[in-house]
Unconditional design. Structure first.
Lengths: 160, 262
């Protein structure tokens, strides 16, 4: 029997992008997730910023750990009703100050895993937060997500 | 001098541009600014060099000169249009960085400032690797006061330790805002965990200085003007100049020690 993809239960996938760093991508991703959750939706956040993962701290789950199950990694659940689930490399670091000093190919491998091997279950929205730029992380994420319901991208900027 | 940060948007390029202008104010010094942010090259616009192209000569690529003693190189000069996206994976970016370091005819330089993109990845590993044959005086690490920024900067400090890159010190940007009308100071990015000062104490790294938020800085960058020339008496400009002086002192001391060893 063909394995059910871990993204099969996800209704919509949104990418949050910017060319520029520090404009508020992670902040907006978090606020968007919270707003959707408040309106009764089940939301997942995939944080593919491997060098500077900000989402765990923003949702106050930076001290949590990730576990494995039969279908892959179990995301970290936020809130009593588990309405928001999160996957970030932040959870895989031994110490929060550990630098992830990886070249492209290694980053690509992990991103592929993050996209296909997290047991998201049923979600209304999966929000994908990205690092600044137009490089490995972005190319790999879009490539890995293409077979699925990629709704589109939200671009964040500041006025300057 | 490498200008680094784990975090994006904290003012690396802004600071690199100010550092370049500040050092080049001494007409006897030859200064160059190398922008290795391949996906988001800000330096051409900040230095008022948008639209310039790179010329090749027998001795290699010529940097674009802002002043006689201040040359600049960036992927921005190689694009046919400023909105062209450079969508390259790591190995291709590394190749261009190698070319920048090997094929640009910098001439004799007192200072080479290298502006980097955020993160700890290909660009950073490559530039440290390729420059290991010469020597890097050290890194200036830029942050803002908020914990979300410091979190990434601590990783960058660890990166420096890992690759044995000396840290000249940390610059805290966007450190408070003074209203030009009522002169009241506000913390736009509150240092909820003690800001760069506490982090530097904890990690035994030098705090080179704090630069306040000044809308004139952003404007000067957008217009490609030197902020130090546009608003020389502003608190931010004074702060920049103090920091630049400390960097100069570090480099000169370093040089002196090296010469002593020889």
């Amino acid at each position: 029997l063909p394995e059910r993809s871990n993204l099969a239960g996800v209704q919509h996938i949104l990418l949050v992008l910017s060319g520029k760093g520090g404009v508020g991508k992670s902040t907006i991703s978090t606020e968007l997730a919270l707003a959707l959750w408040h309106s009764g939706k089940k939301v997942g956040i995939l944080d593919v910023d491997l060098c500077g993962p900000s989402i765990p701290r923003m949702l106050r789950v930076q001290d949590r750990a990730v576990h494995q199950c039969d279908s892959g990694w179990v995301p970290v659940f936020v809130g009593q009703d588990k309405g928001i689930s999160l996957m970030s490399i932040g959870f895989l670091l031994e110490r929060p100050d550990d630098a992830v000093v990886w070249r492209g190919p290694k980053k690509n491998a992990l991103i592929k895993q993050f996209v296909t091997d997290v047991a998201w279950g049923d979600l209304d929205f999966l929000i994908v937060d990205t690092p600044p730029g137009t490089s490995d992380e972005h190319i790999s994420t879009v490539e890995a997500l293409r077979p699925h319901k990629l709704l589109g991208a939200i671009l964040v900027t500041t006025p300057q | 001098v490498l200008v680094l940060s784990g975090k994006g948007g904290v003012g690396k390029s802004t600071f690199s541009a100010a550092l370049a202008h500040g050092l080049a104010a001494d007409e006897d010094k030859q200064v160059a600014l190398l922008d290795i942010d391949i996906c988001g090259p800000s330096i051409p616009k900040m230095m008022g060099l948008e639209g310039e192209q790179v010329h090749q000569s027998g001795s290699g690529w010529s940097p674009v000169y802002v002043e006689e003693n201040l040359g600049v190189m960036s992927v921005g000069f190689l694009l046919s249009s400023p909105d062209d996206a450079v969508i390259w994976r790591g190995p291709k970016k590394n190749g261009l960085i190698k070319q920048f370091l090997r094929d640009v005819d910098w001439g004799e330089l007192d200072y080479l400032i290298v502006d980097t993109p955020p993160g700890t990845s290909d660009e950073h590993l490559s530039v440290v690797q390729y420059l290991s044959a010469t020597h890097i005086d050290g890194a200036v690490i830029v942050t803002t006061p908020q914990e979300v920024s410091l979190q990434d900067v601590r990783k960058e400090i660890n990166f420096c330790h890992k690759v044995k890159l000396p840290i000249i010190g940390v610059v805290e940007n966007m450190s408070g805002f003074v209203c030009p009308k009522c002169k009241n100071e506000s913390q736009i990015f509150p240092p909820t965990t003690g800001g760069a000062e506490k982090m530097c104490q904890n990690l035994n790294v030098s705090l080179l200085g704090k630069v306040p938020l000044d809308p004139q800085i952003g404007k000067s960058c957008d217009r490609g003007q030197s902020f130090l020339s546009e608003a020389p008496e502003s608190p931010a400009a004074l702060s920049y100049r103090n920091i630049i002086q400390r960097i100069q002192e570090y480099c000169e001391q370093h040089h002196f020690q090296e010469e002593k060893m020889i």
